[in-house]
Design a protein around this ligand. Structure first.
Ligand code: F6R
Length: 615
């Protein structure tokens, strides 16, 4: 977590850094800061709060001139969010400034050692320890900044993406990465540094993504030099052309990124299957699957590892893979999987799902699975992300940048990719007849237009939201393919509106949660016509007879549920296996409207960050 931005070149650094930090606020937003070299001296301004608070603070604190600077937006790990713990941090001499995304695990031992050598610390952060360690090495060994950073990083245990400059050598910035992302935008006589490419997209389309254990020395008027931190060997820079554009990372007239991203789903799902689902030829083509078909066909089982919403997409995929391709599937929280001693063999295929491609637990689970010989396939949204690079093969979701912290289009596009995979494998294994396959791909191709139609329920959902915005608890129920959607609906509500919500398989209600039902409990029930409908209707009746309030998601044309539910939201008819792509839409809208009506910060809910790069 945390977002970092840097600039060295011929423009004013301040506006580039501030705008860049705003684009990276999804990574953390409990404090922000900037360090500028104004031509004479190092100036730092930092504050608890958001980048907008930093703008106000820096107005009074610093002159905003200078073409060299670094900035940071924080998600606190060591030390509470306050002004002092905010980044950038300066070294004791005041010469060096650093920004850091990650955690230095052995900071305590390093700090004690530095204190014994006379260093003093203002903050509780691990980052201030690192910059003083760098300064100490630089002085002791009498080496240049790059070398000092390299020596210091070899003493450090943990994860980092850092950018450092020395006010006595203002033509240079040194950056390094281990476990946290770092991109460098290459302009004409200027360089941009950032956690992802969004801060510099309007300035250059050429970027280098640093790999783990690499550092780069960026000097004005010279080429960028990339080296391995461990052995100092030189690395050839690989310059990529960015596909992203500015429109994708702006709100485009919507009040919030989350709402924009909910409405983008028809386009996003189409982009996910574009070029893969070829209806005329009745085939599905996915390079990552084709190239590794033997691995999939010989697999004893598929293990899906992911966190949060991506884990919910994995649960939907479990139902789909087992139904279509008849491959046993296990779905694991990456954070649990990595710390168990899981039985994994070379005949296992591990699918890692991650929107950001940077989630630390998912990354660690991948490394564990690979070390045991499993073939690992990644389903990521962010192109070039750590998980995309660490996996043996993969498929991108092509959802476009997701900026709202609560995942929406990432979820539906993940399900789309996994459905395409399951269908492709079903054909290869012969577990689905060609006529069924054809019908399924026709159905899947219709989903975006059904989502478009469904998004028209927005005003109706808003009316329902008005009636429940003061609830303190909420229950979400679903069965089969829609049980994971119930979990996802509950997660969406709790993370952005702070209302406690639980998702349950509908049939499990009678084993405990039914005790919670009273006239103040809204229960959102997914009751699609092909999804164990009669059983779910009985569950609804059980809730009604205990005075619970029912908000039902039903298939168009439903009559039975309409008679007993307090509210119904209709979704278009579809194949049950594809219904999660539809049922999830009104649940996203419901959470969104409730959160807006409760005056919550929908795009940046408290305590959260978009990219969870810590354990
Ligand atoms: C919830 C949400 C999180 C993420 C989780 C995994 O709306 O966004 O639960 O799904 O942190 O993130 P990724 O998919 O980036 O690995």
């Amino acid at each position: 977590m945390c977002g970092i931005v840097g600039y060295i070149g011929h423009r004013e650094a301040y506006p580039i850094i501030i705008e860049g930090l705003k684009r990276l606020e999804y990574r953390g937003y409990d404090s922000a800061g900037i360090a500028l070299f104004d031509g004479n001296d190092l100036k730092i301004s930092k504050t608890k709060g958001k980048v907008s608070d930093l703008e106000q603070r820096s107005e009074q604190e610093i002159t905003k001139n200078g073409s060299l600077g670094i900035g940071h937006t924080r998600w606190a790990t060591h030390g509470v969010p306050n002004d002092v713990n905010s980044h950038p941090h300066a070294s004791n001499s005041g010469d060096l400034a650093i920004i850091h995304n990650g955690i230095i695990e052995n900071y305590d031992a390093l700090k004690k050692e530095l204190i014994s050598r006379g260093y003093t610390f203002q903050s509780d952060t691990d980052t201030e320890v690192l910059i003083n360690l760098i300064e100490d090495v630089k002085k002791k060994e009498n080496v240049k900044l790059g070398k000092a950073i390299q020596i210091a990083l070899n003493q450090v245990i943990g994860a980092y993406a850092i950018a450092v400059f020395d006010k006595t050598k203002p033509g240079e910035v040194v950056i390094a990465r281990l476990g946290s992302p770092l991109a460098v935008g290459i302009g004409k006589d200027e360089f941009f540094i950032a956690s992802d490419a969004s801060p510099f997209i309007e300035y250059t389309k050429n970027a280098i993504y640093l790999e783990d254990e690499e550092m780069a020395i960026i000097r004005l008027g010279k080429d960028i030099k990339i080296r391995k931190i461990k052995d100092d060997s030189l690395v050839d820079p690989y310059v990529q052309e960015l596909q992203m554009n500015l429109e994708q990372i702006e709100k485009g007239g919507y009040d919030h990124f989350m709402l924009k991203e909910i409405h983008e789903q028809p386009r996003a799902i189409r982009d996910t299957y574009r070029g893969r689902l070829l209806r005329d030829k009745a085939i599905i083509k996915m390079a990552g699957v084709e190239d590794n078909m033997k691995k999939f066909l010989n697999a004893d089982r598929i293990i899906i590892v992911a966190c949060g919403t991506s884990w919910h997409a994995g649960l939907v995929a479990e139902y789909i893979f087992e139904e279509f391709s008849r491959i046993p599937v296990e779905v694991e929280y990456a954070s649990e999987f990595r710390y168990r001693n899981p039985v994994i063999t070379e005949k296992d295929v591990v699918i890692a799902i991650s929107q950001s491609g940077e989630t630390a637990d998912t990354l660690a689970a991948i490394k564990l699975a690979k070390s045991k010989g499993a073939f690992v396939f990644g389903v990521c949204n962010v192109v070039g992300s750590s998980i995309a690079r660490e996996t043996d093969a993969g498929a991108y979701t092509h959802a476009g940048p997701e900026i709202g912290v609560a995942s929406t289009k990432a979820f539906t596009t993940q399900i789309t990719v996994l459905t395409l995979m399951a269908l492709r494998l079903a054909r290869a294994k012969g577990t689905m007849s060609s006529s069924d396959f054809r019908l399924h791909i026709q159905e899947l191709e219709l989903i975006p237009q059904k989502v478009e139609q469904l998004l028209k329920v927005d005003e109706h959902v808003k009316d329902i939201a008005k009636q429940y915005l003061l609830s303190t608890n909420c229950l979400y129920l679903g069965r089969g393919y829609n049980f994971p959607v119930a979990l996802e609906g509950a997660l969406k509500l709790k993370e952005i509106s702070y209302i406690h919500a639980e998702g349950y398989p509908a049939a499990e209600m009678k084993h405990g949660p039914i005790a919670l039902i009273d006239d103040r409990m809204p229960v959102i029930v997914i009751a699609t016509s092909k999804g164990h409908y009669e059983k779910v209707v009985s569950n609804i009746q059980e809730i009604k007879s205990r005075k619970g309030k029912i908000i039902a998601i039903v298939t168009k044309g439903d009559t039975a549920v309409k008679e007993i539910a307090d509210h119904v939201i209709e979704i278009p008819e579809s194949e049950e296996a594809f219904s999660p792509l539809l049922t999830t839409i009104p649940l996203q809208l419901l959470s969104y409207h409730i959160a807006v009506m409760r005056n919550c910060n929908v795009d940046q809910p408290r305590n959260l960050a978009k990219s969870v790069t810590v354990e």
